[in-house]
Write a new protein. Structure first.
Lengths: 155, 103
């Protein structure tokens, strides 16, 4: 990984390359690696295993999953996951169970961040939206069905 | 080419909600071009980082299933005048970054 960012650095021009090389020792400026395995998984369980190393999540009422009951346009489905009631939230993932690639996005939190995310996702068909919250080393989930009248994937 | 980001952050009590609207087509790679019969090549934002006063707060990974022109809202402990920076990149290597002062 370090070699990759080094090569990227040398490809950039002049002063920028020097800056990137100098920042190798302080990796905070280098963006994290993309979890290819989780995003390419075709089953929700495989995606969870790849992302968190486990797939059994306990249903929790402390997660406030805000999703529309009917999404008129599946390409833009507003989703809100509020886990601020839970302690020690490490990350939140959003899965669309029947999408070709169910793992939609993952947010990890550190320092001053609270366990809250709002975003908009694409949904191919009527299906369950699953919010996975990792807190204290365990997985919790909340599920809600969203009816999609116009699909948002492919077409 | 840098990616355009519009950002706003407001402090309520000791918590700030930071909202960002990003201009990006978020092509998943599955959509077909009906004329050629080939899929449009994937082009989507895959990594997003949010930091406050230089401290990392949120580190997000996206797939092509996040909507086009993505909206993102996150919350963090903050005070007025804190500087929030959002930086991101897409799978083709394009990057974008925006810094705002919380109000």
């Amino acid at each position: 990984m370090k070699r990759r960012s080094f090569l990227k650095g040398t490809l950039a021009t002049g002063a920028a390359a020097v800056a990137v090389n100098a920042s190798l020792l302080t990796p905070s400026t280098v963006l994290a690696d993309w979890n290819k395995k989780a995003f390419n998984a075709k089953a929700p369980e495989d995606a969870l295993n790849a992302a968190f190393g486990m797939s059994n999540a306990t249903a929790s009422s402390d997660i406030d999953l805000g999703a529309p009951a009917i999404a008129e346009n599946g390409a833009v489905t507003p989703i809100k996951v509020d886990a601020t009631k839970m302690a020690g939230v490490e990350s939140i993932a959003i899965l669309a169970s029947k999408n070709p690639f169910p793992f939609v996005c993952e947010y990890s939190f550190s320092g001053p961040a609270l366990g809250y995310v709002s975003t908009r996702i694409k949904m191919g068909e009527t299906q369950n939206v699953v919010a996975i919250v990792k807190a204290g080393g365990k997985l919790y989930k909340a599920e809600q069905e969203v009816k999609v009248t116009i699909g948002g994937c492919g077409g | 080419m840098s990616i355009k980001i519009r950002m706003r952050g407001k402090v309520k009590g000791d918590v700030a909600e930071v909202k960002a609207l990003i201009k990006h087509k978020m092509e998943s790679g599955a959509r077909m071009n009906k004329k050629t019969g080939k899929p449009y090549p994937a082009e989507f934002i895959d990594v997003v980082d949010v930091s406050i006063n230089g401290t990392k707060a949120v580190d997000a990974q996206w797939s092509g299933a996040v909507s086009a022109n993505p909206y993102m809202g996150v919350m963090m402990k903050a005070a007025k005048g804190d500087e929030v920076t959002l930086s991101l990149k897409d799978n083709t290597g394009a990057t974008g970054s925006q810094t705002i002062k919380l109000r």
